[in-house]
Design a binder for this molecule. Structure first.
Ligand code: ADP
Ligand code: MG
Length: 708
């Protein structure tokens, strides 16, 4: 049960003055971290969510630079005369509305996308003076302000506070409403006990939790928001400690359940190795031996196998499953999609057969008598290796003796799922998680701090580098010309369509439009797959692409995960600027798998923002997933969050892992020490620590504590 003192923190924001039901809903989408996930429609915004919604900047009205003297970045307030309005040509939504403003030293454009002309004419009448606040952005070597935070008359300006926090906003919630709500909360939220080590806090000169929140939400100067400011550090450290303490609890819980010794005689494994058309890389061999050692030890295996797309994780997993079979236990390989399950079984079955093992597939698509037979064979132990989606762990699926669980392409799985999975088996099975998302070390600690980590480095031999280009949408004709030549030479291409919004419906529309337009040129050589198609339909299209009947496969990001068509050598990604680096990297990894030289075209639309430009540059410069991941972390740290949700690694609200890596290490050590000295969290500091865990919603971990 959550401690009573936190009740107020988790009360709905609709209890606040000035927040009605409708605004509360909108707020939830903005501030509640789980929003946007399936089934989150009814989640409300809670006070804690608002408190943790930190400002990203401060409007400083104390001094106002002249236009020729603007700082190179940050939020500024200027006093300027409004000049000419320049509306975009009609029917061209991509061109912004511009308003020139000037003072005696120079002029500066204000830029508005998708804006309403009459409204702008009212708020920015030509010839009048306005006080304008906003973030300086650079375009073509000159500064501009895109969507100013405030445009005020002298009178309105005089009523504003000199320092005002700037929050990330969404349509329907203004900074004013948000600021007021947060000040209201801070005025009467109960004070929480100190959960941090007093000596550590004193040594670092960090404020108390409450004080830190107040400092950030009511800034007294402009530097308080920097990641290294004491207030930010304090809150970041709280969040990181909660994360690391929870993971330590999970790890201890999972490890304490006595594992089992799974040792094979190596025969099935050798048969598989003999049947392979290649030999294992050194890195693969090392990974296999680490995994086998874990399995052979009486402790339960909790291992993460990290390896870039194409690094050959599947065979490593298969050898572990063969070992499990040798020892007389079954294994389950869980993958996120139906397509992948089928693809895996196609690769695994012949190898399993060569070793005298029985492999089968189980997803939501196996129904009726077929399904029943599968379940019977599973329960009797006839099936050694079962591949499937999460249908594997639904009610009614019973193994005779499940020794090993492997989760592939795991980035959609969190600690919660790992725990749920473990409770499925009567006897604790070994767990191997495989992920193709190369995770920077710091992130790996936050998401998989409960696990041991193996990295598969390098790609299998014989792979050629991928020629990557970045091109504007304006060159679409040129790109399709090139594609036509390539197709004439028998090449195969993926064409991935824009992620318009986080909605498969809209994604689908974009992919369909591209499919239709490519069809006029390529006719029957083009196919389409998207997330809303039925499994069987998808399979048919994929199969036609695999056999070469189709030359071009237009898709939404459903192909992101794991699809293997070695003959495909061209990857075209539309609206590449909207994808995160990790995702781009994954997509590009679909090509360059065969012996042909491969290429990747990243198409961007409109004006590239700084971060998007940096992302695409990184893609052009390197194929090393671990470098890309480190870069991604740095760039994301600068505030652009698109793509993080998909990547599934723990998302932090107060900590910025690009900046607070050192704090993470400290939190990790601290968590370890806490549990070493007070294993059941019953000591002096424990009550406060429990409050901290609840505050950061690590309820699962606390439940493990009471479990014994
Ligand atoms: P991923 O790590 O992305 O899951 P896969 O296991 O699907 O990679 O392997 C990618 C491809 O590389 C497969 O076609 C596989 O057969 C092949 N492969 C795996 N290991 C090797 C190796 N040591 N040498 C050559 N090819 C390999
Ligand atoms: Mg794979």
């Amino acid at each position: 049960m959550r401690p009573e003192i936190l009740n107020r923190y988790f009360a709905s924001a609709s209890a606040l003055k000035g927040i009605g039901a409708k605004v509360e809903k909108t707020l939830a989408g903005l501030v509640r971290p789980q929003s946007g996930e399936p089934g989150s429609a009814d989640l409300s915004a809670r006070l804690v969510d608002l408190l943790f919604h930190l400002p990203v900047g401060v409007i400083d009205r104390r001094n106002r630079p002249t236009i020729n003297n603007l700082p190179p970045s940050g939020i500024v307030t200027i006093e300027a005369e409004v000049g000419r309005h320049k509306a975009p040509p009609r029917h061209n939504k991509r061109v912004p509305y511009r308003v020139e403003v000037f003072d005696e030293t120079g002029s500066l454009p204000l830029v508005f996308f998708h804006s309403h002309g009459p409204y702008l004419e009212r708020t920015l009448p030509e010839g009048e003076t306005r006080f304008i606040s906003g973030k300086i952005e650079w375009y073509d070597g000159t500064p501009q302000i895109v969507h100013p935070d405030h445009v005020l008359t002298a009178e309105q300006f005089s009523e504003m506070p000199l320092l005002e926090p700037v929050y990330p906003l969404t349509a329907g919630v203004s900074g004013k409403v948000l600021g007021k709500a947060i000040r209201q909360i801070l005025a009467d939220i109960p004070q929480l006990p100190e959960w941090q080590d007093a000596a550590w806090i004193a040594a670092r000169k960090l404020p108390e939790f409450q004080t830190a929140l107040e400092t950030l939400h009511s800034p007294q100067d402009t530097t308080g928001l920097e990641p290294d400011s004491p207030a930010r550090q304090r809150l970041a450290y709280d969040e990181l400690l909660a994360n690391q303490l929870a993971l330590s609890l999970v790890r201890r819980h999972m490890k304490r359940a006595t594992g089992r010794t799974i040792k094979g005689d190596g025969r099935a494994r050798q048969n598989i190795i003999d049947a392979l058309p290649f030999s294992l890389t050194v890195s693969q061999e090392l990974a296999v031996s680490e995994i086998l050692a874990d399995m052979a030890s009486p402790d339960r295996m909790l291992r993460l196998l990290q390896g870039d797309v194409g690094s050959g994780k599947t065979i490593v997993g298969l050898l572990a499953m063969a070992t499990s079979a040798e020892a007389g236990t079954q294994s389950a390989l869980m993958v996120p999609t139906d397509i992948l399950a089928r693809q895996h079984i196609a690769g695994i079955e012949p190898l399993a057969q060569a070793a005298g093992l029985r492999a089968a597939v189980l997803t939501g698509r196996e129904k009726g008598a077929v399904r029943q037979q599968l379940l019977d064979d599973l329960a009797s132990g006839d099936i050694d290796i079962l591949v499937g989606t999460h249908a594997l762990f639904q009610e009614g699926v019973g193994f005779a003796d499940l020794g090993l669980v492997i989760i592939d392409e795991q980035h959609r799985f969190g600690v919660h799922q790992r725990l749920a999975l473990q409770s499925k088996s009567k006897r604790p099975s070994d767990l191997l998680v495989m992920t193709a998302t190369p995770i920077p070390r710091t992130l790996a600690l936050t998401a998989y701090g409960d696990m041991d980590i193996t990295r598969l480095t390098g790609k299998p031999a014989g792979r050629q580098p991928i020629d990557t280009r970045v091109m504007p949408l304006e060159k679409l004709d040129q790109i399709t010309d090139g594609l036509e030549r390539a197709v004439a030479q028998g090449k195969r291409a993926y064409w991935v369509c824009p992620l318009v919004e986080e909605s498969d419906f809209i994604d689908k529309t974009a992919a369909e439009a591209r499919f239709t337009s490519l069809k006029t040129r390529f006719g029957d050589k083009v196919g389409l797959v998207h997330g809303r198609m039925k499994g069987a339909e998808k399979d048919t299209v994929m199969a036609r692409f695999k056999t070469g009947e189709l030359s071009i496969l237009v898709s939404t990001t459903v192909i992101e995960v794991g699809v293997d068509v070695p003959e495909a050598s061209i990857m075209i990604i539309e609206n590449a600027e909207r994808f995160g680096l990790a995702q781009l990297h994954q997509l590009r990894g679909r090509v360059g798998r065969g012996s042909d030289a491969s290429s990747c075209v990243l198409i961007y639309d409109g004006v590239l923002g700084e971060t998007a430009a940096a992302r695409l540059k990184t893609m052009r410069e390197t194929e090393d997933g671990f470098i890309i991941a480190e870069e991604d972390l740095k760039l994301r740290g600068s505030g652009e969050v698109l793509g993080t949700r998909q990547s599934g690694v723990a998302s932090f609200r107060l900590a910025d892992l690009g900046q607070h890596g050192e704090l993470l290490q400290a939190a990790r050590d601290d968590a370890k020490l806490i549990l070493e000295t007070d294993p059941h969290l019953t000591g002096a500091r424990s009550e406060a620590l429990r409050i901290m865990l609840y505050l950061f919603e690590r309820d699962d971990a606390i439940r493990l504590l009471s479990a014994g």
